[in-house]
Write a protein that binds this ligand. Structure first.
Ligand SMILES: [Zn+2]
Ligand SMILES: [Zn+2]
Length: 158
């Protein structure tokens, strides 16, 4: 059936921040694993998983005032990336760039994360040695998905 996507919901660890994705936003344009060094620092983890969705249909339903924003200026593009997190529990929640009408949502915040699967991997050049290639992804990029960047050789995954 190719009807409207089922709305999706999610939130932070402490429950203060909650969001909803409806309409086009309920179907991510990409689901990505990012190995970049900024995401590593920001998450405190080896990688960042995110759903990239159109802003239209993305709604913060609770706790907008509980979000803090860090302006990340150390981006490849030089464009400020607004990184939002819950100021009570510290959960990484959303990224926004003024260049694109999209929101990048930390995938682990989805209520239905069990269904989440990556479609692409980026900044593979920084993939931690102990982390394998994400299974089933369609595209891998050595660096970001922007511009004419090399695609990493696709081998040995399914
Ligand atoms: Zn929280
Ligand atoms: Zn990143």
């Amino acid at each position: 059936m190719s009807g409207a996507e089922k709305p999706r919901t999610g939130g932070c660890l402490c429950g203060a921040v909650k969001y909803e994705l409806t309409g086009d936003a309920a179907k991510p344009m990409w689901t990505t694993v990012c190995h970049c060094l900024n995401c590593r620092r920001r998450t405190g983890s080896a990688l960042y998983t995110a759903s990239i969705c159109p802003k239209e249909g993305f709604t913060i339903t609770e706790g907008e005032d509980m979000l803090s924003t860090y302006d990340d200026t150390m981006t490849d593009s030089g464009e400020v990336l607004k990184r939002q997190f819950c100021k009570r529990c510290g959960s990484n929640m959303f990224n926004f760039s003024s260049r694109y009408p999209v929101v990048s949502i930390s995938a682990g915040s989805h209520d239905d994360f069990e269904d989440w699967k990556p479609t692409l991997e980026q900044y593979c050049i920084h993939r931690a040695d102990f982390v394998g290639k994400a299974a089933g992804v369609e595209k891998r990029y050595v660096e970001s998905i922007e511009g004419e960047l090399e695609k990493e050789e696709k081998t040995g995954t399914s």
